[in-house]
Design a protein around this ligand. Structure first.
Ligand code: NHW
Ligand code: EN5
Length: 388
């Protein structure tokens, strides 16, 4: 069934439910001198390229490959359109390795036809903090699909991760592979219902008119929580303390330090937005919410070409009810002209999704670890990790 994945150190379907298997690494690291020193062989028409994402030209090539060939929904109506600034941010966190940004070109034309990337991340599983790679943006040009290029790309990124003495990875996918540690549901909150219906992202509900639908999703003009404001650079220490404490309750979560928080959570225009609540009395930072910007190309619609989507990222509530905090996040997203606010049912998100009029989408997201076994599947609410 899975000719490639059967050969890899991942949980296998045949082992599901086997309680005798221990949690933790599946294979021990090998000495670095035993890691293959040369890249894997590609079919002879193609060559590897290490991408310098700071170069405008390279960044453009990766951007264009993804914009034309990356993930679509199951009816091929929308395709993710990660912006260049977003890709730079996603690929260059503290301690990143350029060698983990891997392209494939056609030798003769130099056209980029495939890509895969990793970034380093410390991820905690129960009480075990592990240096991992987060693997993302695996993409093979539409015309080169089903030729078994993906397994070569995965083996090559694995080799380059091993060369940095890292032996575990985390990744998510919309497809089922051996074997998810958790399966999450996408939820969607309409901000611009008319456009969403016009482009086929959502439908008019039964017994609903357009004007009733628009009224249903109306939001206040401005946020309601006193002390709610954009995060600033001087907030990094307080936000780090808040988020570290919050994430400690989940079974699998990133282990963020101040540098990570500055990179991943300090607002970056049209990439990541973060807000916090500073108590008007004590000036303490008590609550936090964030979302990232990932538009989708609308395929084949005469009137619209881009769907502006916000994706819930990390949220922490200690004093402001999470429901109210997320309602304020919806209000700012609406002010900023997003069409839809998306969220997964991870962390404590179930506590606000229905009440804030999110509806379940037709997409699922499966979470995976490479070379690390988790004995039983986790509930989405036990996951404290959001990948881009
Ligand atoms: S998930 C998004 C992945 N990208 C897309 O869906 C874009 C559109 N699709 C494509 O570009 C986020 C192609 O269809 C791709 C497959 C490239 C997906 N993950 O070349 P073949 C990520 O980026 C397996 C893993 O013939 P193709 C996460 C498939 O099961 N494996 O297929 C990436 C089969 O293996 P099997 C996937 O359609 C995580 C084999 O590929 C997969 O031309 C990567 C078929 O290959 C997926 N999303 O190209 C793993 N989709 O055993 C990282 C298919 O079943 C692991 N496959 O025969 C960790 C590495 C680091 C470790 C470090 C210690
Ligand atoms: C790894 N970092 O399927 C990324 N999206 O529901 C790879 N559906 O947008 C992961 N099909 O349900 C890829 N509208 C996995 C996701 C791939 C993209 C994907 C789904 C997630 C999605 C939309 C559009 C469906 C179009 C037809 C959807 C319904 C919204 C409705 C709003 C009102 C309340 C009820 C729900």
């Amino acid at each position: 069934r899975h000719k490639f994945w059967e050969t890899q150190p991942v949980g296998q379907f045949k082992d599901v439910g086997d309680t005798s298997l221990p949690e933790g690494p599946i294979e021990a690291p090998t000495p670095l001198s035993e890691v293959k020193q040369e890249p894997y062989n590609l079919p002879s028409l193609y060559e590897w390229v290490t991408c310098d994402i700071n170069s405008d030209e390279m960044c453009n090539e990766v951007y264009t490959l993804l914009a034309n060939n990356y993930v679509e929904d199951d009816e091929n109506m929308f395709r993710f359109n990660y912006s260049k600034e977003f890709l730079r941010w996603a690929l260059q966190p503290p301690g990143y390795f350029k060698s983990w940004h891997i392209g494939v070109r056609v030798k003769t034309s130099k056209k980029m036809v495939a890509f895969i990337s990793g970034v380093p991340a410390k991820i905690r599983s129960r009480d075990d903090v592990v240096n991992m790679a987060e693997i993302n943006f695996l993409c093979v040009h539409k015309k080169l699909r089903t030729k078994r290029l993906a397994p070569v790309m995965i083996k090559e990124v694995t080799r380059r991760v091993h060369l940095e003495d890292i032996w575990q990875a985390a990744y998510t996918a919309g497809v089922v592979l051996p074997t998810p540690i958790a399966t999450c549901q996408y939820w969607h909150r309409s901000l611009n219902p008319k456009k969403l219906i016009d482009v086929g992202f959502s439908r008019l509900g039964a017994r609903m008119t357009m004007s009733r639908t628009i009224k249903l999703y109306k939001l206040p003009e401005s946020t309601v929580t006193p002390g709610f404001r954009k995060m600033e650079i001087h907030d990094v220490p307080a936000v780090t303390r808040l988020i570290r404490n919050y994430l400690s309750q989940f079974v699998v979560a990133p282990d963020f330090d101040e540098n990570d928080v500055e990179h991943w959570l300090l607002p970056k225009e049209d990439v990541v937005d973060s807000y916090l609540v500073e108590s008007p009395e004590t000036h303490e930072v008590t609550d936090f919410c964030s979302f990232y910007t990932l538009p989708s190309t609308i395929l084949g619609n005469p009137n619209y070409s881009l769907l502006k989507a916000a994706y819930s990222f990390y949220n922490v509530s200690t004093m402001t009810p999470l429901l109210q905090l997320m309602n304020d996040a919806l209000i700012v997203a609406k002010q900023k002209d997003y069409d839809v606010f998306n969220a997964l049912d991870v962390m404590q998100n179930e506590t606000f999704l229905k009440e804030l009029k999110f509806g379940p989408g037709d997409g699922k997201l499966h979470y995976y670890l490479y070379n690390y076994r988790i004995r039983n599947g986790l509930k989405p609410s036990e996951l404290g990790l959001v990948l881009l």
